[in-house]
Design a protein around this ligand. Sequence first.
Ligand code: ADP
Ligand code: ZN
Ligand code: ZN
Length: 729
Amino acid sequence: MTLAIPVAVPGPFAEPLDYLPPASNPLPGIGTRVRVPLGRRRVIGIVVASAREGRVDSARLRQIEAVLDTVPVLDAELMALLTWAAAYYHHAPGECLGTALPARLRQGAAARLSAETCWQLTAAGQAADPEALRRRAPRQAELLVALQSAGELGAAELAGMGGDARGALQRLVERDLAVAIQRENAGLISATAAHAPPALNAEQTAAAAAITTTTGHAVVLIDGVTGSGKTEVYLDAIAKALAARQQALVIVPEIGLTPQLVNRFRERLSGRIAVLHSGLSDTERLNAWLAARDGLADVVIGTRSAIFAPLARPGLIVVDEEHDASLKQQEGFRYSARDLAILRAHRLGLPVVLGSATPSLETLANARAGRYVHQRLTRRAGDAMPPQLRLLDMRGQPTQEGLSAPLLDTIRRHLDNAGQVLVFLNRRGYAPTLICHECGWLAECERCDARYTYHRGRARLHCHHCDRERPIPRACPDCGSVDLRPLGLGTERIEQALETLLPDTRLVRIDRDSTRRRGHFETRMAEALRGEARLLLGTQMLAKGHHLPAVTLVAVVDADQGLFGADFRSPERLAQLIVQVAGRAGRAERPGEVVIQTHQPEHPLLQTLIHGGYPAFADAALAEREAAGLPPARAMALLRAEAPGREGPQGFLQAARACLPTPGTIDLLGPYPAPMERRAGRYRAQLMLLADERPALQHLLARWLPAVSALPAARRVRWSVDVDPVETL
Ligand code: ADP
Ligand code: ZN
Ligand code: ZN
């Protein structure tokens, strides 16, 4: 009998592969990285089970070449979570496990904190008198003072001191006053609880108690209007976890993880904070991950993939803005960080907090069914008043670049009263497209069923779907006319209009284009926060989550673009976006006003939102989903396919449909072309599955997908399955 070790390797393998044990003992444990041959390559895989009797003839098995860890990089808890997730999302286990690891570990680096050089004083340096140096070497004197008070300085601190601090330090070393040493650098932020918490109001107190008095697992939904103090509730619960020597894991959407939020945590908690997001270098990410694993970090704040952060002493999981679509990965391993947070907390026996001013319909349905503890914060914290929402009927109004005369009057009134104004348009660029005034030609992307966005600043046409760019044509390719005009509105165009109409008012634009360079988002947000810019203009990047206390007016330039989206979730997304944007108004002492421009003032969605707020919208939307048999009333999965020709995806999905085991209670829709059929030069189609019960859908997928991947047609397309899709485009 030969022993074989199952190893999950990167790549589209539905099962782990068997390998012979390494030549040297001992056998690698579950969750350890190993280097193995795969085809003609060497890859790094993860041991997923203990050695067992080989299923194939040992002569055909290859051998594990090296064991990279003595301590598993994925502990039993994470292995179980990821194994479950791989099965639930029907994704290759090797890729799921890889997603959970920092890139450096995937590449084989040691799971050890990296060291950085820093400097300390020698005994002579500690005794030295800076004043004696002051006249001849002022920089060295300054460094001596800094070292005497700080104990040690690292490269980052030196860089922050400006000038040639490094050179001056080198001379201190030459005089034997300082020495260079290596210190481990986990990149943690020290939180010092410099500010006392506000006294929580009655609703906040009840919400915080719902979290901290639970024993074992519970899902607590903090359903609180914007500015109601949800973050204070999280902070209260986190502080209690830290006091009990437990770690808190906080998941935020991509857009929500701002320096502002991190600062707030730092000022209010006492402990060490690790931050995990895609903006870090690979080494920084590895260090933060290790700090979480080894218990050096007390709080881990991160975006989506931080849900896989290892935790030495877990106590609490928080998912902020739980409705946000960015919590679901939209390619490859299509997991939902929110749903996995609930599962992880359940397995660990911990409370998990979901927070939002606009909870997803899924979460509301679960709360109504009694599965979650539903805590409402109905009032704004402190003295802030709820903002007043008003629709502005655009029909027949005179406009300048999409801004109606009454809206401009309102903006001027707020500016005259020293208010700050936030103008919201969820479309970057100058205009959604370019049109020929002579013949009607439109600048369409050659590779997508979509139009190019006209970017005036960069003087380019840019397709936001496939990223293709081209120069702006000088003449119409159809008729040769040079009268090409931008059609529709984008933030660049509104910026230009506002600068012309209000030339004396400082404006800052915040969207993906204006913040592309490192640090630009932070400096622009800081300008907005300090109130130097009275006019803030931006997309959802500006609208979501930020606390902008001086804003008194929010102007939604165009609510109509979201009213007729192709996705069944479009109304939900629009309602959430409007409520979130509106929530930026009047968050401090001064009351807020919200003006929404629309050509559809009678539209039921807008009417419901204005008169009943998000809860009324959610009631209506849940009833509609129930009637239509869509999530959350039913469970959904999508089988997607794409290929350079139209026939490939259709043929594959037809064949997939034909080999479905008796579907029973499961409804099938399609195959049908995706709402945007062509993207990046590929035709896309999908097959939708809907089931009353999630287990029935899971059971069917588990039996069906192996047959689907064995189809000859499967080799001619790119296909994927998306369980609980958040968008069906
Ligand atoms: P949310 O997360 O719900 O949008 P925040 O927690 O950011 O709300 O709170 C909004 C503002 O109200 C913040 O400036 C916060 O410091 C303040 N705040 C929150 N709770 C209280 C309270 N109990 N008393 C006074 N101010 C509070
Ligand atoms: Zn033309
Ligand atoms: Zn394109």
